[in-house]
Ligand binder design. Structure first.
Ligand code: ADP
Ligand code: MG
Length: 238
């Protein structure tokens, strides 16, 4: 579903991604872990063209991603951020309908029907007519997930979706993501929730200084880490 070859990204002199090769299969759930500043967000942002890469190739669904196809790519690749970025002046259901209406030119009844289904899926149908400010962080993040799903993406990228949440709200968001994983969605998730990664990931990738330092099954990574940097990282976080 995604194939990344030799991806390099610089910010000025600083080489933030130093030759990333990564293939993600359909229905695969990949968790990215690593220290702050190691390049995890930049990697996701390059996949979605929120950052322009300096070198390398990205294929999505077999198609080489080019700058000119940016709108098409953004439809195929959904993204959920640490901060939910909902439209504050729109109700919950309007937030979910917005992409399909404006980008996909879906008719209003169909968009509404789909939004209702998605809000049901994330357990928020009762909040459909509220404004985001009235919702808890966990509820807002679930709306953000529904909004992303409304575009029917092939892949969803999550960048620390629970890091901005109060601890008691983390579970409800991870629960929704777990459901998506079970549905066979293709997902790449940057997370510090190691228990979650252990449970849902098909593969865990440890990024260190802009390179893939180790990858494997959750058991490989958490129970039998080989790379010393990974051992240190896990020692700090667990
Ligand atoms: P992570 O998500 O793993 O914490 P990031 O991808 O956010 O890491 O950042 C990797 C490195 O790139 C850091 O050193 C960060 O300061 C730098 N960086 C990220 N975004 C920018 C930017 N827009 N301009 C300059 N430097 C940046
Ligand atoms: Mg980050």
């Amino acid at each position: 579903m995604i194939e990344i070859k030799n991806l390099h990204k610089y910010f000025g002199e600083l080489e933030v991604l130093r030759g990333i090769d990564l293939t993600v299969d359909e229905s695969e759930v990949v968790c990215l872990i690593g220290s702050s500043g190691s390049g995890k967000s930049t990697l996701l942002r390059c996949i979605n063209f929120l950052e322009e890469k300096n070198e390398g190739e990205i294929y999505i669904d077999g198609q080489l991603v080019l700058e000119k196809d940016i709108n098409e790519i953004r439809q195929k690749v959904g993204m959920v951020f640490q901060r939910f970025n909902l439209f504050p002046h729109m109700t919950v259901i309007q937030n979910v309908m917005e992409g399909p209406l404006t980008v996909k030119k879906m008719n209003k009844n169909k968009a509404r029907e789909q939004a209702i289904e998605l809000l049901e899926k994330v357990n928020l149908l009762d909040k459909a007519d509220e404004y985001p400010a009235m919702l808890s962080g966990g509820q807002q993040q679930r709306v953000a997930i529904a909004r992303s799903l409304a575009m029917e993406p092939k892949v969803i990228l999550f960048d620390e979706p629970t890091s901005a949440l109060d601890p008691e709200l983390v579970g409800e968001v991870l629960g929704v993501m777990n459901d998506l994983a079970k549905e066979g969605r293709t997902m790449i998730i940057v997370t510090h929730e190691m228990g979650f990664a252990k449970e849902v990931a098909d593969r865990v990738i440890f990024i260190h200084e802009g390179q893939i330092a180790e990858e494997g099954t959750p058991e490989d990574i958490f129970d039998r880490p080989e790379n010393e940097r990974l051992q240190n990282f896990l020692g700090q976080i667990l």
